[in-house]
Design a binder for this molecule. Structure first.
Ligand SMILES: [Zn+2]
Length: 271
C-alpha cells in the first residue's frame, strides 16, 4: 500500500532554492485520462551582477542549477480550479465552475473524446503498449454533464446511495467531464473492464501502472487513498496531468492530486 504524505510545499522558483541551497466502481459503472509537454518553469535566475568572481564560484552555481532542475517542479504553474487548466482538481468536494463546464477542444482517439493536449500522449501510450505486446483499449473518456448525470443516477439505482457515491461522481464533479481522464480496458480479459480487483490483475493494468506516468497519466484513484480521493480505487481510471508532473509524482511516491497541491482530503467538507 502506498503511503500518504502531507501537502507538498510548492517549489516557487529558483531564487528561493538558490537561497536555501547556499536549499469506480461496480462492473457496470462507467463513472468515474504522450503529451505535448507542459510549459516548463524557468530554472535560471537572471544575473544582476557583472559575473562570477571566481571559477570555483561558477562551478558551484552550475551544480546548484543542476540540482534545482532535478528537484524543480513549479506546482503553481497551472490553476487547480480553472476548469480548462491541465491541473484542474475535482472530487466530491470540488466541482467545476460552471457546473456544466465542457471543453471546447475535444478530439477523438479510438472512438473516445479527449482534449487536444491529451491526444498526443494518449496515442503514444497506446502505441508504446502495443510495442510491448500489450493491447490496451479505451472504454471511456470525456463525458458531458448530462451523460454523467445519467451514469451517476444509474450507479445509485444499482448500488444504493452510499456505495453509489463512492463509485460514481456526481455531475459537475467527474474528471471525465474535464476531457483529461480516460478509462483503460483490457483486451486479454475484457470481462474485467471496470471491475475492481479483477482489472488490476490484467497484463494491461500491470503495464499501465508501470508505464503510464512517462506518458503523462497518473492512476487517479489509487488503493488505500479512498479517504483522500473520495472514491474506491479504480485501476482503470487514469488522469492526464502532463509528463512533467506525472513522472515527478511517480518518482516522489505521491499518488493523489489532493496531496500534491495541498488540497483538503475529499469528504472533509460538510455536506
Ligand atoms: Zn473513469
Amino acid at each position: 500500500m502506498l503511503r500518504r504524505r502531507g501537502p507538498v510545499r510548492p517549489v516557487l522558483g529558483t531564487a528561493v532554492l538558490l537561497a536555501l541551497v547556499a536549499c469506480g466502481p461496480a462492473p457496470a459503472d462507467p463513472t468515474l485520462p504522450e503529451s505535448p509537454a507542459l510549459p516548463t518553469t524557468p530554472t535560471t535566475t537572471p544575473r544582476t551582477d557583472s559575473g562570477p568572481d571566481t571559477e570555483a564560484e561558477t562551478e558551484a552555481e552550475a551544480e546548484v542549477e543542476v540540482e534545482v532542475e532535478a528537484l524543480g517542479i513549479d506546482l503553481t504553474a497551472h490553476s487547480t480550479s480553472d476548469p480548462d487548466s491541465p491541473w484542474v482538481v475535482v472530487n466530491p468536494d470540488r466541482a467545476f465552475d460552471p457546473l456544466d463546464h465542457e471543453p471546447d477542444d475535444l478530439v477523438t482517439v479510438q472512438g473516445h473524446q479527449v482534449r487536444k493536449m491529451v491526444a498526443g500522449d494518449l496515442r503514444t501510450l497506446l502505441d508504446a503498449a502495443r510495442e510491448d505486446g500489450v493491447h490496451v483499449t479505451l472504454t471511456s473518456a470525456f463525458r458531458s454533464y448530462e451523460a454523467q448525470h445519467r451514469a451517476h443516477a444509474g450507479a445509485i439505482a444499482r448500488n444504493g446511495r452510499v456505495v453509489g457515491e463512492q463509485i460514481s461522481a456526481r455531475p459537475g464533479h467527474s474528471e471525465h467531464q474535464s476531457g483529461l481522464a480516460v478509462d483503460f480496458g483490457s483486451s486479454t480479459r475484457p470481462g474485467c473492464n471496470l471491475a475492481r480487483l479483477c482489472f488490476d490483475e490484467t497484463v494491461e493494468a500491470v503495464w499501465l501502472a508501470e508505464h503510464a506516468s512517462r506518458h503523462g497519466f497518473i492512476l487517479r484513484y489509487a488503493p488505500g487513498q479512498e479517504s483522500v480521493t473520495g472514491y474506491l480505487s479504480e485501476g482503470w481510471h487514469f488522469r492526464w496531468v502532463g509528463r512533467e508532473l506525472a513522472t515527478w509524482m511517480q518518482d516522489e511516491g505521491l499518488t493523489t492530486l489532493e496531496d500534491v497541491f495541498g488540497l483538503p482530503p475529499a469528504g472533509s467538507a460538510d455536506d
